[in-house]
Design a protein around this ligand. Structure first.
Ligand code: NAD
Length: 251
């Protein structure tokens, strides 16, 4: 019998990462739930949901700003399960800041997580991925499609993710390893529900009514595309960006 795949997921204690962990575990992957130390979100909720879905998983600490932490996270997956098949680079932060007064520190804080964090996780796992393995990174319509006022650092990072993933698709294609990006629109998660840095509950509800679909997206609707991109059904799909936005950006 073929050994079950192992999927490692950053930022899996909440939002899209949690939904991805549950979805991939439900199809049989063993999932490694990356949890940010000091994270207000409880990774045990993700693990409970994984178990309730009949899946197998474990929690491991991960700070994508640190090369050492990322290496330890990959090692935890290898020690527990002996392999890594899919990397879901999902962790991200959002910080509202006007461009002209943005400090280098504010700029760097976002870039370190949203761009360099994706690079670090993919780089740490790449040597262990075999043919059939894949990387999925989460970009955003901010940067992936649009600009976003007071979020130049975020949009820059998210645009960078698209270029990074295209390059990995080319570099690792000869090894049978695929790399793709998902570009979510507005998805109801702790990040978008933050009224300071993002739209907040009221802004999100208002924005939802302007989307052709008539509502914002659910984390599970992104997780479904992650499941597709990490499956054999997407076996010839690499270097691509798939927008998941209820037709927001084509309206
Ligand atoms: P979320 O806040 O629930 O998830 C982000 C996760 O990243 C959290 O669990 C957080 O603890 C983790 N994280 C933060 N800093 C970290 C670090 N240094 N190391 C490791 N983990 C860290 O929000 P979400 O919406 O589920 O976000 C998931 C991804 O989707 C992010 O990359 C986000 O930018 C992207 N995204 C979200 C939306 C949306 O509307 N929600 C839209 C486009 C893109």
């Amino acid at each position: 019998m073929e050994e079950r795949a192992v999927s490692i997921i950053s930022g899996a204690a909440s939002g899209i990462g949690r939904a991805a962990a549950v979805r991939l575990a439900a199809r049989g992957d063993r999932v490694v739930i990356g949890t940010f130390p000091g994270d207000p979100h409880d990774p045990a909720i993700t693990l409970d949901a994984v178990t309730a879905a009949g899946g197998t998983g474990m929690i491991a600490e991960l700070d994508v700003r640190s090369t050492e932490s990322v290496a330890a996270f990959a090692q935890a997956a290898l020690t527990a399960y002996g392999r890594i098949d899919h990397v879901i680079a999902n962790a991200g932060i959002l910080r509202r800041a006007e461009f002209a007064t943005m400090t280098d520190q504010e700029w760097d804080e976002v870039l370190q997580v949203d761009l360099h964090g994706v690079m670090r996780l993919a780089r740490a796992a790449a040597p262990y991925l075999g043919s059939g393995g894949s990387i999925v990174a989460i970009s955003s319509i901010a940067g992936g499609v649009y600009g976003w006022q007071e979020h130049a650092h975020y949009a820059t990072a998210k645009a960078g993710v698209v270029g990074l993933i295209r390059s990995l698709a080319v570099e690792y294609g000869p090894h049978g390893i695929r790399a793709n990006t998902i570009i979510p629109g507005l998805i109801e998660t702790p990040q978008s529900m933050d009224p300071v840095n993002s739209l907040g509950p009221d802004g999100l509800a208002r924005a939802g009514r302007t989307i052709p679909w008539g509502r914002v997206g659910r984390p599970e609707e992104v997780a479904g595309v992650i499941a597709f991109l990490t499956s054999a059904d997407a076996g010839y799909v690499s270097g691509q960006s798939i927008t998941v936005d209820g037709a927001l950006t084509v309206a």
